[in-house]
Ligand binder design. Structure first.
Ligand SMILES: [Zn+2]
Length: 291
């Protein structure tokens, strides 16, 4: 039986959208948080249907779940022995501002951490503007609920005519505890409410990483350190850690491909679960399209 389509039917195909790219090229430089290495990143406009395409070390690869080479502590993309680490904050900014097409040239092994948030990326993109293109895009839509559990992380996406993200975090720490909120897919809201949330780490964890020779680019300026009874810096918003988890998800879920139209609930999200979920959503959307 065919369901009759109506304007409030979430199972109807999501409407097409007008694709966008950047109004010009913009360059950003800085050190990576994990490697400490300097990198130069140039984000260029790209033709319709390009998607987000990375160029690094003589290789080109799309920002897609199929090109994830690691999701340990950050999201890394690559191909043929070339990899670029910590792509999630730039991808988050692009998706948050609804930039569909861009070519990203990277000189260096890891994207700069900047201030630990996506705000400097947002400001870089806004400095050249976002240009609508003469092409329509097809959003990723679901026809049924999909769910994934990976360790302590749970992710669920239900069919919807727009993207919303409900994020729940729980840390066994008196300053954090359980936090939850629902975020709408709106560029102005993303830029003001999600992009400024910074990377964070617990003092004991950060100390262990430093002793293991990791987090070599981590400083008190680019990550919020959480001590037993205080934060290393004043919080930008009371639920900044929850919002940073949402920021990471915005980036990681963009690896599913086009703009996602689904109501996503993420409980204790993390990069590994996020990218596995992006791959699952991509497969699910493809099979729905083929039916
Ligand atoms: Zn992050």
């Amino acid at each position: 039986m065919t369901r009759p389509a109506s304007s409030d039917d979430p199972l109807r195909e999501a409407p097409l959208f007008q694709q966008t790219t950047l109004g010009g090229s913009v360059r950003v430089s800085g050190a990576g948080i994990h490697t400490g290495a300097q990198a130069q990143v140039t984000i260029h406009p790209a033709d319709p249907h390009t998607g987000i395409l990375f160029h690094a070390g003589g290789a080109s690869f799309p920002a897609s779940a199929a090109c994830v080479v690691s999701a340990r502590r950050c999201t890394s993309l690559g191909t043929d022995g070339v990899r670029v680490d910590t792509v999630e904050h730039l991808l988050s900014a692009l998706r948050g501002l609804r930039v569909d097409n861009a070519r990203i040239e990277v000189e260096g092994p890891e994207l700069p951490i900047l201030d630990g948030s996506a705000l400097p990326w947002v400001e870089a993109i806004q400095s050249v503007g976002i240009a609508p293109q003469q092409a329509q895009g097809r959003p990723l839509h679901l026809t049924r609920t999909v769910a994934l559990r990976e360790g302590d992380s749970w992710l669920v996406a239900t069919p919807s005519d727009r993207f919303t993200l409900t994020c729940v975090t729980h840390f066994d720490h008196p300053l954090l505890g359980t936090q939850a909120d629902t975020f709408e897919d709106d560029p102005a809201h993303y830029a003001a409410g999600i992009a400024p949330a910074r990377t964070f780490g617990f003092f004991a964890e950060v100390q262990a990483l430093l002793e293991a020779g990791l987090a070599r680019g981590g400083t008190l300026e680019n990550a919020l350190i959480i001590y037993e009874d205080r934060f290393s810096l004043p919080l930008r918003v009371p639920d900044e850690c929850l919002r940073h988890k949402a920021l990471d998800l915005w980036g990681d879920l963009s690896l599913a491909g086009s703009r996602l139209c689904a109501a996503v609930t993420a409980i204790r999200p993390g990069h590994r679960a996020n990218v596995a979920f992006a791959a699952l959503l991509c497969r699910e959307a493809q099979s729905a399209h083929e039916e």
